[in-house]
Design a binder for this molecule. Structure first.
Ligand code: G3I
Length: 447
């Protein structure tokens, strides 16, 4: 062995001993330094690993080693040892099952392979990330449902992704109280029984709403006192029927008139007086003291006048301990309202120590009727808005969280097109029940 080789040999022995001492420090990156008369660059093997924000089954790895120019390197992502060549730039790998996996980068160095391994934890169900999992159990994921959409693929999506249900219309007065003197709970029972059977919370929507008054009640010929007794008995009967099953209620919905921000002149106000809201919440509190009572309204993000009028009602109810939460209906668009406007209703609710329900979320992509199909650009804009809403909700203090409720599953099932008289794709699932980009946006925002 000539002098030069001897020097190299002893240097290598020294460095291996030095590296051994280093590795005893528990560092998972083995740094091997090889120096010789030519002063080669030291080899240091390492890599970055990132779990995708939009798909918890996907990872991206990037070789950050130094001193490996001209050397081959390869990846191993699973226990079967399958080798994936390391090429310039990051590599991605998508797992199909959740679990803990060892990711290994091996560099074929002149004096033997050098391997660095790191563990990655893959979570989520096999069909991809589920919304109720992504909330990290700090709040419920709600879905508006109908009694004729609780089986098949609707059921599959509901049980996998949701743990809170709102009847889109079948628990309203005009559906239960169609006939004077006779309450029909058939559809409401079907929804409540489904929720109970699947260990889901049920959000009762809604006991008193000017838009769901049965026809006979509009023509009620009795006295105002008899009308008030009728409303009290209705609230009491419905809430006592579902006590212990329906965890929360929108007692009064949309009591504020757009523009004036005064109380609507609904039949409830006309026949029960300006304090009808207080009366209805007192009936509700008495009927089921364990229920969480909400006031629910729309446009209370960007319309500061309406928001102030709502919080005046809320403060009035709080003075008698008759309210526990605020439901802000999130019927929004891909470009409106702003993040700050949405945040404002959160701030008003949280500052009062109340629970925040982001209710009725749908995100219009065609507010100006300028598209005839859901374009890639609008789908991405919808995804970004969904992410923004989810980020805002996720940042609420845990004690003020309640639920984020989607107002329907597939675009074809949404109330939006009929209401606006134009095409809309405001929801979160495709016709085949697969998640849309807007669903991904929620997952991103919950991260
Ligand atoms: O399913 C029946 C059908 O069998 C019948 O032939 C048809 C005609 O009578 O009615 C159908 O039920 C309709 C139901 O939507 C399903 O399409 C009801 O009449 C109709 O009143 C109901 O509209 C609902 C509306 O509230 C009124 O209750 C919408 O689905 C629902 O999205 C909408 O939701 C409201 C929230 O409760 C409060 N915030 C605003 C939001 C949108 O208006």
């Amino acid at each position: 062995m000539n002098r030069k080789s001897l020097i190299k040999y002893f240097r290598l022995i020294f460095l291996l001993l030095f590296s051994f001492m280093l590795s005893c420090g528990g560092d998972d990156d083995i740094n091997v330094v090889i120096i010789d008369d030519e002063g080669e660059t030291p080899i240091s093997v390492d890599f970055d690993i990132i779990v995708s924000e939009t798909n918890t089954f996907e990872i991206s790895v990037n070789n950050t080693s130094t001193g490996i120019t001209g050397l081959n390197s390869y990846w191993q992502f699973t226990e079967n040892g399958e080798v994936v060549p390391d090429v310039a730039g990051p590599e991605r790998h998508v797992y199909t099952m959740s679990g803990d996996y060892l990711v290994t980068l091996t560099v074929e160095a002149p004096d033997g392979d050098i391997a660095v391994s790191k563990t990655v934890i893959i979570t989520g169900t096999d069909e991809g990330p589920a919304l109720k999992v992504a909330t990290n159990n700090t709040f419920s994921m709600g879905m508006a449902v109908r009694s004729d959409r609780l089986t098949g693929s609707h059921n599959a999506v509901l049980v996998r992704e949701f743990n809170n249900l709102t009847a889109e219309f079948e628990m309203k007065m005009d559906q239960i109280y169609k006939t004077e003197g006779s309450l029909d709970f058939t559809a409401a029972d079907a929804i409540v029984d489904y929720g109970v059977a699947n260990n889901m919370d049920i959000h009762g929507h809604t006991l008193v709403w000017h838009n769901s008054i049965p026809g006979w009640m509009n023509n009620f010929s009795g006295t105002d006192e008899e009308f008030e007794t009728l409303v009290k008995d209705y609230i009491t009967t419905v809430m006592q029927r579902y006590a212990g099953k329906v965890r929360s209620w929108d007692v009064v919905n949309e009591a504020i008139e757009d523009g004036s921000n005064n109380l609507r002149n609904s039949i409830f106000r006309v026949r029960m007086g300006d304090d009808y809201i207080q009366k209805c919440y007192q009936y509700a509190r008495d009927a089921d003291p364990n229920a969480i009572l909400f006031y629910n309204d729309y446009n209370v993000t960007f319309d500061s006048g309406k928001q102030s009028a709502m919080f005046a009602i809320v403060d009035d109810l709080m003075s008698n301990n008759l309210i526990d939460g605020v439901g802000a209906q999130m019927h929004i668009a891909y470009d409106f309202p702003s993040k700050a406007q949405i945040q404002s209703v959160v701030d008003g609710t949280v500052s009062r120590g109340l629970k925040m329900h982001f209710a009725e979320l749908d995100i219009r992509v065609n507010p100006n009727n300028d598209i005839t199909s859901l374009t890639e650009q609008r789908a991405i804009a919808q995804q970004n808005k969904a992410k923004e809403v989810a980020e805002i909700y996720n940042a609420i203090p845990d004690e003020n969280k309640f639920a984020l409720t989607l107002w329907g599953m597939r675009d074809s099932e949404s109330w939006l097109p009929a209401f606006w008289g134009q095409p809309e794709w405001g929801l979160f699932y495709n016709e085949d029940f697969t998640p849309k980009k807007s669903h991904t946006g929620l997952i991103e925002g919950f991260r």
